[in-house]
Design a protein around this ligand. Structure first.
Ligand code: SF4
Length: 702
C-alpha cells in the first residue's frame, strides 16, 4: 500500500478546521492542520490534533447490528437486512395503527449534511411526520430564532475574516478560549498586533477567555437581558448609535428605546450584579468602535430566556449599525461541527428544507413537489425534550437515535433513562458501545465514523467543507447515510436511489435553488478540489459570500431588520433554603460532549482527569468543604458526586460542573444532567442548562 494524503475537516466543534490525514503504508493514520485551509491556516487545538487516535482505537466500536427479539431478551447479533426488515416492520405497524406522529428520529449536529438531508427527506417527506429533532436543539436553537426574528432568516452575517477587521469584541456566554480555540487564537493574534482592540466578556465565571479581556462583566446567572439592555441604554444616552442606519434599515427602535429606558442603570446594575461604571465602560468600548463583533454561544442560548437574550444582543449591533460591514455583526458560535448544515437541510422538527418555513403553504408545496410526494406535514414536530415527554405519555412509540448520547446530554438524565426504558421500540445507531441508550435499545446499528465516510459539513461562518474517506469502517459498520437509504428501501420508498454522498449533496443543492442559501451553483467536484465554499454559492464566478447584508437589505418582507424589545422573565428554577446555590454547566478544553470519543484518548484526559465542582471559597467555608474534598451536589431531580475545586473565579452563590462525564466513570453519580431540569425557552424550545437550584455537602460514606 502506498502512503496517501487526504484533506478533511475536524469533526469536533463548529469552528470547522481543515485537516490533512496522512495514511502510511500500513494503513495507519495521523493528522495535521491544513496550512491552506482558510479557517485554521495549519493550526489545530488539542482535540483536533488527536483525532486520529479516535479512529485508530477500535476498542469501543460497534462492529455488527444487534437485535432483541423481545423486551426481556438479550441483544443478539444479526445481519443488516434482518435488522432493517424488523425496523421497517415495526415502523410500518406503528404508523398504520397510531399515525405517523407515533414515530420519531433524534439525530445529531455531528451528522454530515448528506445524512441530515436523507433523514429529513425520509421522516418529513415519506414517513409523514415532523418528528425529527437533533441535539443541536440543545446548542443553538435560540440563536436560530434570534436571527429569524431580527434579520428575517437564520443567517450568520459574518465570516472569520471579520475577526481581523474588528476593534471591539463582545463575548457573551461563551468561553472560546476553551470551546472554540482556533477562533480564539485568531482573536489573540489580532489583539497582539492591535493592542487597542477591546474585548468584553460577559460570564458568571472568570474563564480562560477573561485572561485576554479588557473588561469582564461577571454577571449574576440568567440576567443577560438586563445587562445587554443597560448597555443599549448607555449607547442611546451617549448618542453612540447610528441614526441613519436605524431610520433607513430597521424597524422597532422606538419600542426598544422605551423599554431599555424603563429600567434605571442603578436597577439594572443591582439585578445583574455588575457595577454601573463597568456597564458604561462596555457601552463606551462599543460606541467608540469601528468594527464591533458580538460572539455568543451556549451561555445565552441554553436558557429559558434564550431567545430574549439573543434579541437583546443582536439589538446592540443593529442600533450601532454594526452589521453588513467589515469587522461587524452578530456572530453566533455554533457548538457542533455541522449544526449549520442541519439547519440548511431543515433537519429540525420546526424547520423546512433550505430555510423555508413550515408555516408557509407555498414552501411546503415546493418541497413536496421536489421530493415527488403528495404533501408534507405542516404541524411542527416534537423537539428533543418533547420527545421524552411524548414517550412518557406513550404518544411516541418508536424513537431512532443517531450519533448522540441522550441519557448523558439531555437535561434530567434520570427521567430520560426511565423514558427510554419505557419506549416501545428504540433504535440506537452509533459508532460506540459507550452510548448509554444501548441497554434500552431494541436494535443497535453500527455506524462508520469520521474519516470512514465522505460528505460535507458547514461551519459557523457558512463555510461548507468536504470530508474525505481515508479508511474503511470496522466490521459491518456502515455510513449513517447508507443505513438510512437501506431502511427507506425496506419501507418501499422510491426517492432513495442514491449512489453515494455526491448524489445526495447534488439533490440538496438543487433544492436550495432560489432561496437565500442557494448553493445550486456549487459543484461537488469543485468542493472536492477547493475543499470549502461559503453559501450562498450561485455561480463559481461570483464573489465569495464572506459577508451578508452589505447592501443593508435584510430578509424581512420590507427589507428592514427588526430591533426588538426583549423580556427578562427570570423563569428560572426557584432558589430556596434547601437548594440555595445556582448550578451552571459547561465544557472543558480537552473533552467533547459525552466523551465517547475524546474520553478514550489518554493524552486528552491528562488536562482534567476527573469531574469537579467549582465553588467559591466562602460557599465552601460555610459548608466546611476543603479543596479536593468529595462532595455531593443535590438538586430536585438527582445528585452528583465529584471533588470540590475552590476558586474565586466563580461568583459567590454559583457553582459550576462540566457536562461531559457519564458512564465513562462507570457510575451514574457523575452525570451533571442528573441535576438539570425541564425548563425550556418558550420559542426555541431549547433547554436551560445554566440555572438549576442545588445544594452542596461533604460526602460521607453511608
Ligand atoms: Fe477541531 Fe474545533 Fe479544535 Fe478546530 S477548534 S481543531 S474544529 S475542535
Amino acid at each position: 500500500m502506498k502512503p496517501e494524503k487526504f484533506k478533511s475537516t475536524c469533526s469536533y466543534c463548529g469552528v470547522g478546521c481543515g485537516i490533512v490525514i496522512h495514511k502510511d503504508a500500513k494503513g495507519k493514520i495521523k493528522v495535521e492542520g491544513d496550512q491552506d485551509h482558510p479557517v485554521n491556516k495549519g493550526m489545530l487545538c488539542s482535540k483536533g490534533m488527536n483525532l486520529h487516535y479516535v479512529v485508530e482505537d477500535k476498542s469501543d466500536r460497534l462492529f455488527f447490528p444487534q437485535m432483541r427479539w423481545g423486551k426481556d431478551h438479550p441483544l443478539e447479533r444479526v445481519d443488516f437486512d434482518t435488522a432493517l426488515q424488523r425496523a421497517a416492520a415495526v415502523f410500518r405497524t406503528f404508523i398504520k395503527k397510531y399515525g405517523p406522529d407515533s414515530v420519531g428520529f433524534y439525530v445529531s449536529g455531528q451528522c454530515l449534511t448528506e445524512e441530515y438531508y436523507l433523514v429529513n427527506k425520509l421522516v418529513k417527506g415519506y414517513l409523514g411526520t415532523n418528528n425529527l429533532d437533533t441535539n443541536s436543539r440543545l446548542c443553538m436553537s435560540s440563536a436560530v430564532a434570534g436571527y429569524n426574528l431580527t434579520l428575517g432568516e437564520d443567517s450568520v452575517p459574518v465570516s472569520y475574516e471579520d475577526i481581523e477587521l474588528a476593534d471591539c469584541f463582545l463575548v457573551a456566554g461563551a468561553n472560546p478560549a476553551w470551546c472554540h480555540p482556533i477562533i480564539w487564537r485568531r482573536i489573540e493574534a489580532h489583539k497582539e498586533k492591535n493592542p487597542a482592540t477591546k474585548i468584553i466578556v460577559i460570564d458568571p465565571r472568570k474563564t480562560q477567555s477573561c485572561e485576554l479581556a479588557d473588561l469582564h462583566l461577571q454577571i449574576f446567572p440568567g440576567t443577560d437581558v438586563v445587562l445587554l439592555q443597560a448597555i443599549g441604554r448607555c449607547l442611546i444616552e451617549s448618542g453612540d448609535i447610528d441614526w441613519t442606519f436605524i431610520t433607513e434599515h430597521t424597524q422597532g427602535f422606538e419600542a426598544y428605546k422605551n423599554q431599555v429606558l424603563e429600567k434605571s442603570l442603578e436597577e439594572a446594575s443591582e439585578i445583574c450584579g455588575v457595577n454601573k461604571r463597568d456597564i458604561k465602560r462596555a457601552a463606551a468600548y462599543i460606541g467608540e468602535s469601528k468594527g464591533f463583533l458580538s460572539l455568543w454561544a451556549m451561555g445565552l442560548n441554553q436558557s429559558s430566556d434564550g431567545v430574549n437574550k439573543n434579541l437583546a444582543l443582536i439589538a446592540l449591533n443593529l442600533i450601532t449599525g454594526h452589521i453588513g460591514k467589515p469587522g461587524s455583526g452578530p456572530f453566533s458560535l455554533t457548538g457542533q461541527p455541522n449544526a449549520m448544515g442541519g439547519r440548511e437541510v431543515g433537519g429540525m422538527s420546526t424547520l423546512l428544507s433550505a430555510h423555508r418555513k413550515l408555516s408557509d403553504p407555498k414552501h411546503l408545496k415546493e418541497v413536496a413537489d421536489f421530493w415527488g410526494v403528495e404533501s408534507l406535514p405542516d404541524k411542527p414536530g416534537l423537539t428533543a425534550t418533547q420527545m421524552i415527554e411524548a414517550i412518557e405519555e406513550d404518544k411516541l412509540k418508536a424513537i431512532w437515535i443517531i450519533c448522540t448520547n441522550p441519557i448523558v446530554s439531555l437535561p434530567d438524565s434520570v427521567r430520560v433513562k426511565e423514558a427510554l426504558k419505557k419506549a416501545r421500540f428504540v433504535v440506537v445507531q452509533d459508532i460506540s458501545v459507550n452510548n448509554e441508550a444501548i441497554p434500552y435499545a431494541d436494535l443497535v446499528l453500527p455506524a462508520a465514523g469520521w474519516a470512514e465516510k465522505e460528505g460535507t459539513m458547514t461551519n459557523s461562518e457558512r463555510r461548507i467543507s468536504y470530508l474525505n474517506k481515508a479508511v474503511e469502517a470496522p466490521g459491518e459498520a456502515l455510513p449513517d447515510g447508507e443505513i438510512l437509504i437501506r431502511f427507506a428501501r425496506q419501507m418501499g420508498f422510491s426517492g432513495f436511489d442514491f449512489n453515494g454522498a455526491e448524489e445526495v449533496f447534488c439533490e440538496h443543492a438543487a433544492l436550495t435553488k432560489g432561496t437565500n442559501i442557494d448553493i445550486s451553483g456549487l459543484d461537488y467536484s469543485y468542493l472536492k478540489k477547493t475543499g470549502t465554499a461559503q453559501w450562498p454559492f450561485i455561480h463559481p464566478s461570483d464573489k465569495p459570500s464572506k459577508r451578508l447584508f452589505e447592501d443593508k437589505v435584510f430578509y424581512n418582507p420590507d427589507g428592514k431588520a427588526r430591533i426588538l424589545p426583549s423580556q427578562y422573565t427570570s423563569q428560572n428554577e426557584a432558589i430556596d433554603p434547601d437548594f440555595p446555590l445556582i448550578l451552571t454547566t459547561g465544557r472543558i478544553r480537552d473533552q467533547w460532549h459525552t466523551m465517547t470519543r475524546t474520553g478514550k484518548v489518554k493524552k486528552l484526559g491528562r488536562h482534567i482527569p476527573l469531574p469537579f465542582l467549582e465553588i467559591h471559597p466562602y460557599d465552601a467555608l460555610e459548608r466546611g468543604i476543603i479543596e479536593g474534598q468529595t462532595v455531593i451536589v443535590s438538586g430536585r431531580r438527582g445528585q452528583v458526586k465529584v471533588h470540590a475545586r475552590l476558586t474565586k473565579s466563580i461568583r459567590q452563590g454559583v457553582v459550576f460542573l462540566p457536562m461531559h462525564w457519564g458512564k465513562i466513570l462507570e457510575e451514574d453519580f457523575a452525570k451533571t444532567n442528573n441535576l438539570t431540569g425541564n425548563s425550556i425557552d418558550p420559542i426555541s424550545k431549547q433547554p436551560d442548562f445554566k440555572f438549576s437550584a442545588v445544594q452542596v455537602a461533604k460526602f460521607s460514606k453511608p
